[in-house]
Design a protein around this ligand. Structure first.
Ligand SMILES: *[C@@H]1O[C@H](CO)[C@@H](O)[C@H](O)[C@H]1NC(C)=O
Ligand SMILES: *[C@@H]1O[C@H](CO)[C@@H](O)[C@H](O)[C@H]1NC(C)=O
Ligand SMILES: *[C@@H]1O[C@H](CO)[C@@H](O)[C@H](O)[C@H]1NC(C)=O
Length: 398
């Protein structure tokens, strides 16, 4: 479904609400519910899935297109970032955030995406959009941007008319039709533009996809952030300024640190190698040599036979699960031991458990690893962009 969006740059003004949310979740102006798209409270009318494993396999089938897209982001020639150009992001409807936009606030459910800088909201004159649209006319804080301003060029707006003043407008087809809450870190990003309000800090806790009745949270700004949290430095890749790169230094399977040649782990913007954390990819992906090393060690420690189900190549008898080794991701200054629910997924009948990691698709030429949302669920992930660090702590949000 395509729509033509207008007026790109807007401030995210979130007004307070007293409405009681599911589970007593009480949002204020910087603490927002994050809802899995299949959640009962999602407005997008998805029937409750019959089989979670099939649903997750289906969702993850869009990962390769997304990873391919993120790997091919062209290096920028100027400091201006044409974030809207050639935007062909596949549908990434995993999580939506309930926000209020404008003054007074209008409730919108926008797709969460940490690898995109852009914030799109479908407006009331949008064709083919979701039922919840934003009415610019009804917001006193709405303003349009002149077409001759540099920001309009940066977002590849349509050119100004020959005579007279005009607002910046552009023509862009995009999925999802809900609108997008991009929390990437590029120079034109919402997160930088709202720096005076939220200090370039946010965190989220993503609930499990299976938590049909629950919502997690997105916290903007310093208020309510954990102050005692292990962190790892965020790294900057000038070729992909939106992405949150981290320094992955190794991976363990149980007690065994798997042998990985340093070049597959090293962060290097020139061959565009490195590891980033992403809210819109479902299954964590490693370059083939890392993936194979992890899988080989896992297979050594767990009783087979192993089968493949969908994207998961290492499925085993679920009775072996309690003894199966857990995966630990080692980042500079921080080790994340993935709990069982972030490591394995069960088939509907419950008889098979699958190790939930996958290789980067073959057509992705860049050596990049992606830490995806299945592995982040039920953790507080703190993006302290101001201090260039990422924090991770367990938190049950479902
Ligand atoms: C908003 O206001 C403008 C100018 O007053 C008007 O042309 C337009 O039709 C209005 N749009 C909506 C959706 O009410
Ligand atoms: C917007 O793009 C679509 C498809 O590329 C095209 O059909 C349409 O004419 C364009 N509209 C404007 C106003 O440029
Ligand atoms: C990543 O961490 C390792 C180990 O602490 C360090 O030697 C290396 O310089 C770091 N890489 C970057 C790009 O910061």
């Amino acid at each position: 479904m395509d729509f033509t969006a207008k007026h790109l740059l807007f401030a995210l003004l979130i007004s307070s609400t007293k409405a009681l949310e599911p589970c007593g979740f009480q949002p204020d102006n910087s603490d927002l519910p994050v809802i899995p798209i299949y959640d009962k409270y999602s407005p997008f009318n998805q029937p409750k899935p019959e089989s979670w494993v099939n649903t997750i396999i289906d969702m993850s089938s869009k990962d390769p297109t997304r990873v391919k897209y993120l790997s091919t982001l062209a290096p920028q020639k100027t400091t201006a970032v044409p974030i809207a150009s050639g935007l062909q992001l596949p549908s990434i409807c995993n999580y939506v955030v309930k926000v209020k936009l404008g003054t007074p606030g209008q409730t919108m459910f926008m797709v969460l995406d940490t690898s995109n800088d852009i914030a799109w909201a479908p407006c009331s004159d949008c064709t083919g959009c979701s039922p919840t649209t934003f009415s610019p006319n009804a917001s006193s804080s709405y303003g349009s941007l002149g077409c001759s301003l540099p920001q309009c060029t940066q977002v590849h707006g349509l050119s100004c008319p020959a005579i007279g003043a005009a607002a910046c407008s552009y023509n862009q087809s995009y999925v999802p039709p809900q609108g997008l809450l991009g929390l990437g870190r590029g120079p034109l990003s919402l997160i930088l533009q709202s720096g005076s309000l939220y200090s370039i800090v946010f965190s989220y806790c993503l609930p499990s996809f299976k938590s049909y009745y629950f919502s997690g949270s997105l916290k903007l700004g310093h208020v309510g952030q954990p102050d005692n949290i292990q962190t790892t430095p965020l790294l900057k890749n000038p070729h992909r300024p939106s992405l949150y790169y981290v320094n992955l230094t190794g991976v363990s399977v149980g007690q065994v640190q798997v042998p990985i040649a340093p070049e597959y782990l090293a962060f290097n913007p020139n061959p565009r190698a490195g590891t980033f954390i992403d809210s819109g990819t479902v299954v964590t992906r490693f370059v083939q040599p890392i993936y194979q090393a992890i899988r080989n060690e896992f297979v050594k420690q767990v009783k087979g036979p192993f089968t493949t189900i969908g994207v998961f190549e290492t499925c085993f008898d679920a009775s072996a699960e309690v003894e199966a080794p857990l995966i630990t991701l080692h980042f500079e200054g921080l080790s994340l031991k993935l709990p069982m629910e972030n490591s394995f997924l069960h088939t509907s009948a419950g008889s098979r458990a699958c190790l939930t990691i996958a290789p980067v698709p073959n057509n992705v030429k860049a050596a990049m690893n992606v830490i995806a949302n299945l592995q982040q669920q039920n953790h507080r992930i703190l993006f302290d962009v101001a201090n260039s660090r990422l924090g991770i702590a367990h938190e049950a949000c479902n």
